[in-house]
Design a protein around this ligand. Structure first.
Ligand code: ATP
Length: 359
């Protein structure tokens, strides 16, 4: 059942500079459901940051409407040339319920970890005692209790990001916007931060909007994905749909960086078996999602069609509790046998891409 906590409708953001007009976001509509971890992927300059800044009106759209938690923050009526927006006071309060974390942490260097987190409680109605308890609780949540009195300069990048996560959660937000929060971190620290975000999503029901240029990050924790290019969303869907059946070239590129299949294809294509492929052979890539993996399909190719399948590479990943696999295989047999084998694979929803061979 769909229950959007964030709905952006027909959002345009245009920047007018002296000699240039930059259409940073073009007619983007997106609905993010409560509890989603929604990944927005794109290269630098695609418009991701601008789009997510629209959610809490850090960036006012040129056109469109912004609805958060069933409350209209902003609406423009193009025809009447009229814009309506939430009052400044209400916006200030609502923004506290939308946490943000960034690539460069944005911590106050001259304040301790505790003071950095407490800073976010400046306008809270809690008394001093309660604030102290809240900060301690937040630091425990991000596993930093032992660093409470240290300064940012004494912390690693991952620890700094955990402080900024604690700070972002200080006012019990329902939404967390993560703007390239793992981009400055090494792979191991990135995984720790992503696991923490996943835990917050699962345990607190936090809705997370994850903007990144790394599909790997999206793959780890997102359940939905949108791919942005030149201010537009060019493809979107569930993580599984996007990984199993990407339609746009850019999406395919992003996925390949996350699965390393491109490297596997390059390495294996250079091997003698593929380089000297026989006339009756076909070098193919098979991709499948879910149940197909449980079927002894490859074995049945020989049993039913006398086609041998030489598996040169295999990779199965579990995304959203579902296996997603890729195999690089050489099929050998007569044209008719191979044709029949491929048709059977297709009937079982295995995607086939011929990499080499065949007429
Ligand atoms: N305040 C601004 N004034 C003028 N142009 C801007 C402004 N903010 C963003 N832009 C332009 O809008 C486009 C989209 O930028 P945006 O930062 O949203 O992209 P991005 O996908 O988040 O990339 P990055 O990860 O590099 O920030 C870029 O061409 C950028 O130069």
């Amino acid at each position: 059942m769909s229950n959007p906590i964030i709905s952006l409708n027909h959002i345009d953001v245009t920047f007018y500079q002296k000699k240039r007009t930059i259409e940073a976001v073009k007619d983007v509509s997106i609905a993010i459901n409560r509890g989603d971890v929604y990944g927005i992927v794109g290269y630098s300059g695609a418009g991701k940051s601008t789009l997510v800044r629209v959610i809490n009106l850090l960036q006012e759209p040129t056109h469109g409407s912004v609805v958060v938690n069933d409350e209209t923050f902003f609406q423009s009526d193009k025809k009447a040339n009229k814009k309506t927006r939430i009052t400044t006071n209400d916006l200030r309060n609502r923004r506290r319920k939308i946490g943000m974390i960034f690539q460069h942490f944005n911590l106050l260097n001259e304040r301790t970890v505790t003071e950095n987190v407490a800073f976010a409680l400046k306008h809270s109605e809690l008394n001093a005692e309660q604030k102290k308890a809240k900060v301690a609780e937040l630091l425990a949540l991000v596993n930093l209790s032992d660093r409470a009195e240290q300064y940012p300069s004494q912390l690693s990048g991952g620890q700094k990001q955990r402080v900024s996560i604690a700070r972002a959660l200080a006012n019990d937000p329902e939404i967390l916007i993560s703007d390239e929060a793992t981009s400055a971190l090494d792979p191991k620290t990135t995984n720790q931060i992503l696991s923490l975000l996943k835990k917050l999503n699962e345990e607190l029901g936090l809705t997370i909007v994850l903007i990144t240029h790394e599909m790997q990050a999206v793959k780890e924790i997102a359940n939905k994905v949108a791919v942005m290019q030149d201010g537009e969303i060019i493809e979107r869907g569930s993580l599984l749909e996007i990984f199993a059946k990407p339609t746009q070239q850019l999406t395919k590129e992003f996925i390949e960086t996350a699965t390393n299949i491109d490297k596997a294809i390059a390495t294996i294509s250079a091997q003698p078996l593929v380089k000297n492929l026989h006339e009756n052979e076909l070098f193919i890539r098979l991709s499948y999602v879910g149940d197909t993996t449980d079927e002894p399909l490859i074995a049945s190719l020989f049993r039913d069609f006398q086609v041998t399948a030489n598996i040169l590479y295999g990779n199965v990943e579990i995304l959203q509790n579902t296996p997603v696999g890729a195999l690089l295989v050489i099929l050998s047999g007569t044209d008719d046998q191979i044709k029949a084998a491929i048709s059977t694979l297709a009937d079982h929803h295995v995607e086939i891409e011929i990499l080499k061979g065949g007429k």
